[in-house]
Design a protein around this ligand. Structure first.
Ligand SMILES: *Cc1c(COP(=O)(O)O)cnc(C)c1O
Length: 404
């Protein structure tokens, strides 16, 4: 069974809270987490929700209630996670290119720290020696992910410490007595081929031999969810079986039981999200019929930034004749959500819904063009709760200092 909100629920929510609005479905998040947990039930697995995909405090609390941990990429995400009730040990802090102060702040909050730079590793080792455990983010040099912008494990990536620098890592660990309890990789987003994970895991097992205190291997994320009807998604059950077999074999060979950690973002919250907008205008030009909606890349940037495909539906006119439209925003800049999309006839005032809008939707929104950020609504057990108020005009001026 797949958890979905109905067209009626979406229309009702849009009418009650206005548009544009992000709507999240709690039961879908639960379903996705359950699926991951059951796929990896054969080994000691832990899931850290990559909360940069959607950080509303209610989503964090929900994920906590469901029994997951959380992965944070900034100290502010760490503080949000603590505020949501996560224990420090349930938080993994995986920042990149941050000041040493931020790492120290993470340490003083007693969260798990993931270090991805030789210079930081050395400073951390010099300062704390073996008094605080660390995880090391490695770059396994595997090219993976939906496109270049979202792949992080290739040779030109800024992420992680190259596996070819292992000798240097060892020098630092040995001379500072660093207590390395975990190694980590995250090769990118939207990885369809489970062999990428398995190749990465091979590399990680090799690297594991360098760290006698190792307790876990973190394989990051990159689980793909379907954005289009015929899309392939990462086969987490096949992956779970293979990964657990590999860990069992490792245990047999070395006598060591390691945990496997993952950091799913999209997998947990992409499909739970619906972004509802209103068709402001239908604009027929010489070549195209545009639907201009009351939103733009200030609210949902993935189509323009990553050429991401989001399925769109006209929920106000589900039986209308199908026509070809180009769906654009109202920003003064080219902000095309979708070219040549077949939609049931769109009339001015109709509600359109973008699917898969939970991950990196609201989270990447801005006030560009002095437009207001949308509201967020959580639907749980059939009830709709406003979890973020729509911006108001005053928000635009909130931090501005008038000096003239
Ligand atoms: C963004 C990120 C993730 C989540 O990636 P998804 O594709 O959303 O699952 C996991 N781990 C790290 C370190 C990340 O930066």
């Amino acid at each position: 069974m797949s958890q979905k909100l109905t067209r009626e629920q979406l229309i009702e929510t849009a009418e009650r809270f206005g548009t544009p609005v992000y709507v999240y479905h709690a039961e879908k998040i639960e379903e996705q987490l359950n699926e991951l947990q059951s796929a990896f039930a054969g080994c000691k697995s832990k899931f850290f929700y990559a909360c940069k995909s959607l950080t509303n405090i209610n989503i964090l609390k929900l994920v906590k209630q469901l029994g997951a941990n959380v992965d944070c990429v900034s100290i502010n995400e760490v503080m949000l996670a603590l505020k949501a009730g996560f224990e420090p040990k349930q938080i993994l802090f995986t920042p990149n290119c941050v000041d040493f102060d931020e790492i120290e702040a993470g340490k003083s909050l007693e969260v798990n720290i993931n270090i991805d730079n030789i210079s930081i590793l050395e400073r951390f080792g010099n300062k704390y020696g073996n008094s605080y455990p660390v995880c090391i983010r490695l770059n396994p040099h595997i090219m993976a992910g939906g496109n270049f912008k979202i792949s992080t494990g290739h040779i030109d990536s800024k992420f992680g410490i190259s596996i070819h620098q292992m000798r240097h890592i060892e020098r630092i660990v040995k001379s500072t007595k660093l207590n390395v309890t975990g190694i980590h990789m995250h090769t990118g987003s939207e990885i369809k081929d489970i062999n990428v994970f398995l190749q990465g895991l091979e590399v990680m097992f090799e690297m594991a031999t360098h760290f006698p205190n190792l307790e876990f291997i973190d394989l990051g994320s990159g689980f793909k969810v379907p954005y289009q009807d015929d899309d392939v998604k990462t086969d987490v059950h096949a992956l779970g079986k293979k990964v657990c077999e590999a860990f069992a074999a490792y245990e047999k060979e070395t006598g060591k039981t390691l945990e496997v950690w993952f950091e799913p973002g999209k997998y947990l919250v992409s499909e739970c999200g619906y972004f509802i907008v209103k068709a402001n205008v239908i604009k027929q030009t010489t070549a195209t019929v545009f639907v201009g909606v009351n939103s733009g890349f200030n609210h949902l940037i993935r189509p323009m930034f990553y050429e991401a495909y989001h399925r769109i539906e006209n929920i106000s006119n589900p039986n209308g004749a199908e026509r070809i439209y180009t769906v654009v925003g109202n920003i003064c800049e080219t902000d095309t959500f979708a070219w040549d999309r077949k939609l049931n006839e769109v009339r001015e005032g109709d509600l359109l819904v973008f699917y898969n809008a939970g991950a990196y939707g609201f989270e990447m929104s801005s006030n560009f063009n002095s437009r207001l950020k949308p509201a967020e609504v959580l639907i749980k057990e059939g009830e709709a709760h406003l979890i973020r108020k729509r911006d108001v005009f005053e928000d635009l001026l909130k931090n501005q200092v008038e000096v003239l």
